[in-house]
Design a protein around this ligand. Structure first.
Ligand code: 3AM
Length: 187
């Protein structure tokens, strides 16, 4: 079995902008587990354990579903917390920009493709990039950082591919391995 998810990766420039800024936020937000720069991404669908033999079919179905969409731009901007600012467990950067509706449509296509190969997901989609996880986030401190950083931007970038990843868990945190890339505008 492979622990699998489908995501939009971020280019190196955006990942390092977020990672550099995260180091500053770390000073005010201790006791958090920060996502490593190379792991920053926008999750579209978490599939959990998938049989190894089903992976090529999954990549093919996602490729078919997203191949008809044209590339578009997004911006990573502003901070927020899940499930809420009153109960912060996850700190995230938001996704904005003219491409947001395109991302939502792309996600629908991905979810449909996954369901088509017997891997349904029924979670709501909240486009975000996870930055850090807290065991018990200090509500006031997290709120202050989120409010102050409302307008912070990690940059604009082009989305031209959806990626199927394996998430390998270990004591030092998850490692994400690309199983297959599904380019936009392929047909
Ligand atoms: O992009 P983020 O970090 O929000 O939280 C996990 C991460 O999302 C999520 O899948 C992404 C890649 O690991 N994830 C992990 N386990 C999950 C689960 N059981 C999950 N999402 C839903 N259900």
């Amino acid at each position: 079995m492979v622990r699998t998810f489908v995501a939009v990766g971020l280019p190196e420039g955006v990942r390092s902008a977020i990672a550099d800024q995260s180091r500053r936020w770390e000073a005010t937000l201790p006791n958090a587990r920060w996502v490593r720069a190379e792991n920053l991404h926008i999750t579209m669908a978490f599939l959990g354990d998938v049989a190894e033999a089903a992976v090529p079919g999954l990549i093919g179905a996602v490729g078919e579903a997203v191949g008809g969409a044209l590339p578009f731009s997004l911006e990573v901007r502003g901070l927020g917390a899940f499930p809420s600012l009153r109960r912060p467990r996850v700190l995230w950067v938001g996704i904005v920009g003219e491409g947001l509706s395109r991302l939502i449509a792309l996600r629908e296509a991905v979810v449909g493709a996954c369901a088509g190969v017997g891997l349904p997901t029924d979670e709501a989609f909240h486009p975000h990039v996870t930055l850090a996880r807290f065991r018990a986030g200090k509500v006031e401190v997290v709120s202050a950082v989120v409010t102050k950083q409302e307008g912070w931007s990690g940059g604009v970038f082009g989305v031209s591919e959806v990626v199927v990843y394996a998430s390998e868990l270990s004591a030092s945190g998850p490692r994400y391995r690309m199983l297959g890339g599904c380019p936009l505008g392929a047909w």
